[in-house]
Design a binder for this molecule. Structure first.
Ligand code: PBG
Length: 340
């Protein structure tokens, strides 16, 4: 019998030695609680007009905007690596932006052409499309703007039409990222009435008004449109956590098939609460600013890129995420294959 005096709050020392399970690689693998696989990855990809293009994005070193010909090749390569889905984001020609974002509902806009091009030549990979007006509005907001106010219900009417043109192009998963109240239910009804009952909805359910989206706005070219504006009247206050549960509960009740928390690592507490509370497929978006931090530090030799990429993605799985949208998806998939 161990001596009572050796009892600690964590067990008996030295009878309990937690280092025993860590002493060798096989043992660490055997007792691992969470694991990261290529099946957990969704790759967000920026697209642009033209041909043969891979335009660099200064604030996201290593990430480029692809023209549709290159996009098709890259998506096929992602599929070959086993990545289950891509999320496409258009950099819209500034001449096509307007206060009401009409280009969003044009069935021949860049995103719809991209979806058709990928669907035509690449099988076995899902396509997500954002529903929100920010790539298309001259003011850079996700909704219709009137006297400085983002109109909720009027915006939803446009979002429903946007969802339908994307579904018609062949989009598999509609991802409303606008944060209007009630949009998931309205989009679900609109899709069903138009015959797209099989099209899934991944709701950006708890999306925060975050400064970590800065590089994304450079990538899609909405930063200049938004200027000094901010999205705090519709995206969530970073101070709030209970409110995230209310947002998620509403989106599930309205018909979301999957929910998302965004940004990712700075909001891991929210990912964990949502996953535990609702037990629905919960995704995290490791956003552009998170990419920039890691890629920027690695570029300077301050961090070991491969290790921080895999550790960061594993953290999402430990928190309870079903998967992660990450600009590192292709690189992580390669690393996971190399280590398998
Ligand atoms: C558009 C949208 C944004 C992101 C995804 N969809 C930007 C925003 O809301 O301003 C951000 C993604 C990222 O930063 O990687 N509504």
């Amino acid at each position: 019998m161990a001596d009572e005096s050796s009892a600690t709050p964590f067990g008996r020392y030295p009878t309990t030695r937690l280092r025993r399970n860590r002493h060798s690689d096989w043992s660490r693998r055997l007792v691992a609680e969470a694991s990261l696989s290529v099946d957990d990855l969704i790759w967000p990809v920026f697209i642009c007009e033209g041909a043969g293009a891979g335009e660099p994005i200064d604030s996201m070193p290593g990430v480029v905007r692809y023209s549709l010909d290159r996009l098709v090749e890259r998506v096929a390569a992602a599929r070959d690596l086993g990545i289950p889905a891509v999320a496409l984001f258009p950099a819209t020609d500034p001449a096509k932006k307007s206060p009401t974002g009409d280009e969003a509902t044009n069935p021949d806009n860049l995103i719809c052409r991209a979806v058709r091009a990928v669907k035509k030549s690449v099988d076995g990979i899902g396509i997500l499309c954002d529903v929100a007006l920010d790539p298309y509005t001259s003011h850079g907001h996700d909704g219709l703007l009137e006297d400085g106010v983002i109109l909720n219900d009027e915006t939803i009417e446009v979002l429903c039409r946007q969802a339908i043109v994307q579904a018609a192009a062949g989009c598999d998963v509609i991802a409303p990222s606008d944060m209007m109240d009630g949009r998931v239910g309205a989009i679900r009804r609109a899709l069903d009435e138009a015959g797209y009952t099989h099209v899934q909805i991944m709701a950006y359910a708890a999306k925060y008004a975050s400064a970590f989206y800065g590089p994304f706005r450079d990538a899609v070219g909405s930063a200049a449109n938004l200027g000094q504006g901010d999205k705090r009247t519709y995206q969530m206050n970073p101070a709030n956590s209970d409110e995230a549960l209310r947002e998620v509960a509403l989106d599930i009740a309205e018909g979301a098939d999957m929910v998302m928390v965004k940004p990712g690592l700075p909001y891991l507490d929210i990912v964990s609460r949502v996953a535990t509370t609702f037990a629905v497929p919960t995704f995290a978006y490791q956003v552009s600013g998170e990419y920039a931090m890691l890629a920027g530090a690695a570029e300077r030799g301050w961090l070991d890129r491969e290790r921080v990429v895999l550790e960061g993605l594993l953290a999402f799985k430990r928190a309870g995420a079903a998967g992660v949208l990450t600009y590192f998806a292709v690189e992580a998939a390669r690393l996971l294959h190399d280590r398998a």
